[in-house]
Structure formats: structure tokens, C-alpha cells
Design a protein around this ligand. Structure first.
Ligand SMILES: NC(=O)c1ccc[n+]([C@@H]2O[C@H](COP(=O)([O-])OP(=O)(O)OC[C@H]3O[C@@H](n4cnc5c(N)ncnc54)[C@H](O)[C@@H]3O)[C@@H](O)[C@H]2O)c1
Length: 371
């Protein structure tokens, strides 16, 4: 198979989908890999590292998209890439289609087989390809908070952590999955007061047990969230319902009770956001203030730690990339395993039920399209 690795085009995105060690393995398995020139530069992998393991460097993005049987990317295609896909091609990347009808329509029009990392689901319900970037976004969130709480960033001049004699900052994390738990560990390690809110009681039990009660846990009800928000310095939005738009757990009314100078970091913005009315921001202009509360809603947080994120992402995606390259799309469909659950569009149909529901598009089960 010909596997294409284009340079990412989303603003302030430094990741590359496959690192040279993974390209090496693909080449050794008999596949041809086309890498767009400079694709790995932001992640610390210049073209010569890819050439050294047998990849072909292509100057033009269009040439990579055109010649490849499978495109392996990091972020969802940007508008300038919408026209690049074609039938009988596989696109393997983060897609986050639920809040993006135009992108979805372009994938349907091109009839590409689009497999979304975030919806690849193992038999036990885990999301193995969302996990690595959620770990990183979660670990980054407290660093973002620590900076934005400072006076020079327009914040209230509070230290995230703890010093003797002064109250520590208070962080409320809505959603105790991978993002939420990783954020809690980093924030708690510097002494912040951390509370995790989740609908999943089992998950709260696990967090409480494994942290020996150092993280407070509260069941997610509107009353509990509103109560916690009234004293929060930082709120981290980290909920997920796989494939669907994020539930708006933090409502406008709840934000109304937040203190002046407090901060919301909505990590779930890539799925539309867990905060009512929040708008996506970018690494270049990461925040805006409304009603005295600062919002940070960058959809590609791990993109700014390009090296670690590329290594971590490709560690997780590589076995699936190899399966697709070796077996092709039909084998993936027939296997009915984790990859098949990740197929969002195939031959002009939306084949992921939650994605179709979120967008109001028709849903056609994958096996029916294939038949
Ligand atoms: N902005 C970024 O750069 C970035 C990076 C990585 C992940 N993400 C996003 O972060 C979000 C969280 O990802 P994750 O991997 O932690 O997901 P996860 O599935 O591990 O955790 C989500 C948690 O949300 C909880 N939840 C669902 N509905 C809830 C509700 N109404 N109230 C409270 N909790 C609720 C679930 O029980 C679960 O524990 C996703 O939208 C993901 O796409 C964003």
C-alpha cells in the first residue's frame, strides 16, 4: 500500500502523524511511504530522518494526497484539504465530526473511508487512540492554568499550588476520564485543591482509591456543579460521550456564579465544548473574557508539544496503521473489531451512529455499506 503523511495545516500544529521509527517499520513490511516535505520539522524530525528509513519526500501536499491509498494525519482536514480525498482511499486521523457538518459533507462527497482515531474502540469500550493525546492535554491543562492565573497574563495573581499560610487555588474538573484524571494528578502534585466531578460513580471510586482520597470526588448533577463553580479558581471541562457532541455540563447560569478573574479551560472543545456558548480559540489567541471569566478553548492542545505528542500518538496508532496497510479497508470492515468501530464515513455514508445522530445525518451500518 502507499501510505501518505502530509504536513499538518491546522494553526500552531507541530505534530506529525508517523515518526521515522514507525515509517521504518512500514517500509520493512513492504509498504511505500510518501512524506510531505517539512511534515516532521515541528516535531524534531527533519526530512532526512524519514529519507534515511526509506520514505519518499514529496514537495507538494496535493501529490501526497493524490498518490496515497491511505492518508495518515493528526488533525481533521482543514477547508483547503477538503478537495484532496478520493474514493477507495482511507483517511486515518482525528476527525471530531460531531460539531462539523461541512467537513462531514466533504468526506461524504469524496466517498473516502474516514476512520476517526477518537472513535476507534476496543472490545472493553476503551478509546486507545484518544488516550495518548488526552493524557497530554490533561497534563498540559494545569500548566496552562498556572500561567493564566498570573497577573502578567491578566489573571487574578494566584499561584496554582500551595504555600504555607495562603489558600491554594481551587480546581474543579468536570469529567474524570483520561484528561480529567491526568489534569488532577499534575494540579494536585503542586498543591492545588482539586475536585473531580463525573457521572460515573465507579470512576470516582477508582480515582478516590488510587489517590488515597487526595482528590475530592463529587457526582455530576447540575446542583453540585453550580455549587462547586461558585468557589472555583479554575474549571477544566473534560467530559466525553464517544462520537457525540460534548454535553453542556457547565451552563451559562452556572458561569454567572463564578468569581471575577476565574478561568475555564474547556479541553472538550474539540467535541463542541462542555461549556455553554464557548467558542474555539487557538494557541495564537488562546483566551477571551466574558462576564469577568476567562475562557481557554484550544482544540489542539497537544500540538504545541510536537515531539512528545508525535511519539506518543504514533506509538498508539502504529499497530492499526500496519493492520490497515496490510489488510486494506474491507478486512477492517469484516473483522468487526476496534478499527471498524472507528469508521465514521464510508462510500458516501455516515457509518457511526453517534456521529450521525449528533449531526442529524442518516446513519447506515458499516456492514450494509460494505455489502
Ligand atoms: N483540546 C484538546 O487538545 C484535546 C486533547 C485530547 C482530548 N480532548 C478531548 O477531551 C475530552 C475528554 O477526553 P477523555 O479522553 O478524557 O475522555 P474519557 O472518555 O476518558 O473521559 C470522559 C469522562 O467524562 C465523563 N462524563 C460524561 N458525561 C458527563 C457529564 N454529564 N458530567 C460529568 N462527567 C461526564 C465520563 O464518565 C468520563 O469519565 C474529549 O472531548 C476529547 O476529545 C481534547
Amino acid at each position: 500500500m502507499i501510505v501518505g503523511v502530509p504536513k499538518e495545516t491546522k494553526a500552531e500544529e507541530y505534530r506529525v502523524s508517523l515518526t521515522p521509527d514507525k515509517v521504518d517499520l512500514l517500509v520493512k513490511n513492504g509498504h511505500r511511504v510518501l512524506v510531505e516535505s517539512h511534515a516532521g520539522e515541528g516535531a524534531g524530525f527533519p526530512d532526512r530522518h524519514f529519507e534515511a528509513v526509506g520514505a519518499v519526500i514529496e514537495k507538494e501536499a496535493a501529490r501526497v494526497f493524490d498518490a496515497s491509498d491511505m492518508i495518515v494525519k493528526v488533525k481533521e482536514p482543514q477547508p483547503l484539504e477538503y478537495g484532496f480525498f478520493h474514493e477507495d482511499q482511507i483517511l486515518f486521523t482525528y476527525l471530531h465530526l460531531a460539531p462539523q457538518p461541512e467537513l462531514t459533507q466533504s468526506l461524504l462527497d469524496s466517498r473516502v473511508a474516514a476512520i476517526a482515531y477518537e472513535t476507534v474502540q476496543s472490545d472493553d469500550g476503551e478509546l486507545p487512540l484518544l488516550y495518548p493525546m488526552s493524557e497530554i492535554a490533561g497534563k498540559l491543562a494545569p500548566f496552562v492554568a498556572a500561567r493564566l492565573l498570573q497577573n502578567i497574563a491578566g489573571g487574578p495573581g494566584k499561584l496554582l499550588g500551595r504555600v504555607p499560610g495562603a489558600k491554594p487555588s481551587n480546581m474543579v474538573i468536570v469529567g474524570g476520564g483520561t484528561v480529567g484524571f491526568n489534569a488532577s494528578l499534575v494540579a494536585q502534585s503542586v498543591g492545588a485543591d482539586v475536585t473531580i466531578v463525573d457521572v460515573n460513580l465507579e470512576r470516582l471510586r477508582y480515582i478516590s482509591l488510587i489517590t488515597h482520597g487526595a482528590i475530592d470526588t463529587v457526582v455530576s448533577t447540575p446542583a453540585n456543579v453550580a455549587d462547586l463553580l461558585s468557589t472555583a479558581d479554575v474549571v477544566v471541562g473534560a467530559v466525553l460521550v464517544p462520537g457525540a457532541s460534548a454535553p453542556k455540563v457547565v451552563t451559562r447560569d452556572m458561569i454567572g456564579v463564578m468569581r471575577e478573574g476565574s478561568l475555564i479551560i474547556d479541553v472538550a472543545i474539540d467535541q463542541g465544548g462542555s461549556v455553554e456558548d464557548i467558542r474555539p480559540t487557538s494557541h495564537k489567541k488562546p483566551t477571551y473574557v466574558e462576564g469577568g471569566v476567562t475562557r481557554y478553548a484550544v482544540p489542539n492542545m497537544p500540538g504545541i508539544v510536537g515531539n512528545t505528542s508525535s511519539v506518543s500518538l504514533s506509538n498508539a496508532t502504529y499497530p492499526y496503521v500496519l493492520d490497515l496497510a496490510n489488510g486494506g479497508m474491507e478486512a477492517c470492515v469484516q473483522n468487526g473489531g476496534p478499527l471498524s468501530r472507528g469508521v465514521n464515513t464510508y462510500r458516501g455514508h455516515v457509518t457511526h451512529e453517534a456521529v450521525a445522530r449528533a449531526l442529524g445525518f442518516d446513519y447506515v451500518p458499516l456492514k450494509e455499506v460494505s455489502a
